[in-house]
Ligand binder design. Structure first.
Ligand SMILES: Nc1ncnc2c1ncn2[C@@H]1O[C@H](COP(=O)(O)OP(=O)(O)OP(=O)(O)O)[C@@H](O)[C@H]1O
Ligand SMILES: [Mg+2]
Length: 255
């Protein structure tokens, strides 16, 4: 059981954002994707979550070809993701934002829960308790009633991760989750990602922070201008001169 990205190419007009990329993420695996700005990492995520069309290639989730399957149906297949730039209603509280992640799995659904129908009250209590547990795991419990507008960027990113976790995914795509996090927040995030993988969740991690990659990822794929140029264990990748040149040479590089 895996997500299989099979020779995928994505074009935006004249730009080839992703070019012939193949990758598989099995249950319980943590795979990292790295590369300079504009190298196609977020576009690769969008291929898996169904937000862009493929020019060539295929994405299969647990052997199901996803060409005709939209983003919401992919969520129901067990896929959750975070966005590089979290998008939230700033007046929403942390607990409310994370609770939304549970509703694809509740019988009552979000409407009856909002209207507080009797049949949904037990489920609502369960959502409340599970939400508190996830917030606690990520060190966010004391912020549960705070509006999102008052959070730091790092805290917002953790809320985004908490919401994805609430969806009880079998696959989790994290797009630069550690950007702007304090060291303590990074460690809380790393511990949760490791726990998820131990519980069988397949994780695709886009991250510039190689400390986190070294701690978490089994394998790393390096992209340059959409093309896969290297793959291997984190310890081998960070020693590779092509990788070092790519990162040192990428300072201020524009695409
Ligand atoms: N919706 C779009 N329309 C047109 N071009 C796009 C679109 N999305 C991405 N691109 C282009 O595709 C290329 C890859 O972008 P992408 O956002 O996937 O890179 P990235 O590796 O995630 O970069 P970053 O590290 O800055 O997040 C870039 O040249 C970008 O400008
Ligand atoms: Mg990106």
């Amino acid at each position: 059981m895996a997500i299989e990205i099979d020779n995928v190419t994505v074009r935006f007009g004249g730009i080839t954002a992703v070019s012939g990329v193949s990758l598989s993420i099995k249950h319980g695996e943590i795979i990292a994707v790295v590369g300079p700005n504009g190298s196609g990492k977020s576009t690769l995520f969008n291929c898996v979550s169904g937000l862009v069309s493929l020019a060539t290639g295929a994405v299969r989730i647990d052997d199901v070809e996803t060409k005709m399957i939209g983003p919401s149906a992919r969520v129901r297949m067990g896929l959750a993701r975070t966005f590089q730039t979290p998008r939230f209603d700033p007046s929403e509280t942390v607990a409310r934002a994370v609770s939304c992640g549970f509703y694809p799995h509740t019988k009552a659904g979000i409407i009856s829960s909002m209207l507080r129908w009797k049949s949904s009250s037990r489920e609502e209590r369960e959502v409340h308790e599970s939400c508190a547990a996830i917030l606690d795991d990520l060190g966010l419990l004391s912020l549960r009633n705070i509006p999102l507008a008052e959070l730091s960027m790092g805290q917002l990113r953790l809320v985004e991760v908490a919401r994805a976790m609430a969806n009880k995914p079998r696959y989790l795509l994290l797009d630069e989750p550690a950007a702007g996090l304090t060291l303590d927040e990074q460690q809380a995030l790393a511990a949760q990602v490791r726990l998820l993988s131990q519980n069988g969740v397949g994780v695709l991690l886009v991250e510039h922070n190689f400390n986190l990659i070294r701690q978490l990822a089994e394998n790393v794929l390096v992209l340059d201008r959409g093309k896969p140029i290297l793959s291997g264990k984190p310890a081998d990748i960070e020693k590779n001169t092509d990788f070092v040149d790519l990162y040192l040479g990428s300072t201020g590089r524009k695409h």
